[in-house]
Ligand binder design. Structure first.
Ligand SMILES: [Zn+2]
Length: 395
């Protein structure tokens, strides 16, 4: 049998990031009980936090301050998201420097702004936003006058998905007395190759900068894996500074680039033989079980080809994947998809909710992948389970 894969969720955790506005609570789907075989583990619970090092006071800090968070189920913390204002645009996430079941320590990352923080675990499940919010002020440079420039760097998230609404983004600031000429390189960890370079020009000191990468180099989609932004700054006097990783520490300039995101944002299980591709009855996809109401996101961005209702498939959606010949089909949605035929969808965008419409006895996503030229259009269905398992592991 196929072991049930576990991801767990609360509806709150299943929502996207972004500071919560008390006047406009995020819509929370009504979840059914989990189908058999789906194990639900609790989302991280954030009870309290304090600024413990390099702080203005217990609730106020700046870049580099250490916060200590307390709660439950924090042992699988992947990152702490500084949400800033409502919306994802100013979100910055940092890896914990220390974590246990009941406590997490994190340094305030560069470019984080005042707002609530949330704990996100390895399965993307999030705590509710902290109350109170974190109060952050502009950092004061502690560098002695006349010394060589130093560079601070921070990626906005530890994972970046191709064709997502938010590309891989890095923030950096050069500390020093004068402007420097800055060059940013993207280094592939697998072999140390510099895959692309940006000449940022002359950058004034103490002025935070951001730069994004869309996953492409010279028109070619780059491979999945770990990458690092490497930044060098040369002053007028020729003194040079280069970012480098501190041994043993989480590299704040590194991120993992992925081409797909796992489509179910919540606890799920893969079921047994009948759920498999083929499954002894010409089953054209993989069934993955999850509570009805669990959010579904686009595994890969692209263009919506079909949004329809069918007596067997129920509410379904087919997306023609961006820069791939593959079509992705999502079936048995609880209600009509949240996007329409012809719409451009981004990787990780909410497209609907797990349901059991059509010929379905349990709440599940029936997921298909078809080769070019596409779904019932000359392509053929292939087993999506290896892809789902791989995305599940990384997303
Ligand atoms: Zn099915």
């Amino acid at each position: 049998m196929v072991a049930a894969a576990l991801i767990f969720a609360t509806p709150a955790g299943a929502q996207g990031t972004g500071g919560v506005n008390a006047d406009q609570p995020a819509p929370q789907p009504q979840l059914s009980a989990p189908p058999p075989g789906v194990v639900v583990r609790p989302a991280p619970l954030l009870r309290s936090w304090r600024c413990t090092r390099d702080c203005q006071d217990a609730w106020s800090g700046t870049t580099g301050s250490t916060l200590r968070l307390r709660g439950k189920w924090l042992g699988r913390t992947f990152e702490v998201v500084f949400q800033g204002a409502p919306g994802e645009a100013d979100d910055v996430a940092a890896a914990p420097v220390r974590r246990s079941k009941k406590a997490v320590s994190v340094r305030v990352p560069l470019a984080a702004v005042s707002g609530p923080i949330v704990v996100s675990d390895r399965d993307g499940m999030q705590s509710v936003p902290s109350n109170p919010a974190v109060n952050l002020s502009t950092p004061v440079s502690l560098k002695a006058a006349g010394g060589p420039p130093t560079i601070e760097v921070q990626t906005r998230a530890r994972r970046a998905f191709f064709d997502a609404a938010r590309p891989a983004t890095v923030s950096y600031v050069v500390h020093g007395d004068a402007a420097t000429h800055v060059v940013v390189e993207l280094v592939r960890s697998r072999d140390g190759a510099v895959v692309t370079t940006w000449d940022a020009g002359d950058i004034p000191a103490e002025t935070p900068q951001t730069l994004s990468w869309d996953g492409m180099v010279d028109g070619r989609l780059q491979g999945e894996g770990k990458y690092t932004f490497r930044i060098s700054a040369v002053g007028a006097n020729g003194v040079r500074a280069v970012t480098s990783q501190v041994k043993g520490a989480v590299n704040p300039a590194a991120f993992r680039f992925l081409r797909h995101e796992f489509p179910i944002r919540g606890p799920h299980g893969y079921g047994e033989f009948a759920a498999r591709f083929g499954g002894g009855r010409g089953h054209q996809g993989q069934d993955t079980f999850a509570a009805c109401g669990t959010p579904l996101v686009a595994a890969r961005g692209g263009k919506v080809q079909f949004k329809q209702y069918h007596s067997r498939a129920g509410h379904y959606l087919v997306i023609d994947g961006q820069r791939t010949g593959v079509d992705y089909a999502y079936m048995h949605l609880r209600s009509p998809a949240l996007v329409d035929a012809g719409d451009r969808v981004r990787t990780g965008q909410l497209i609907g909710y797990v349901g059991r419409t059509g010929d379905a006895t349990a709440c599940h996503l029936h997921f298909e992948m078809w080769t070019a030229p596409g779904w019932y259009d000359g392509g053929h269905a292939f087993d999506p389970l290896p892809s789902l398992l791989a995305w599940d592991k990384m997303s």
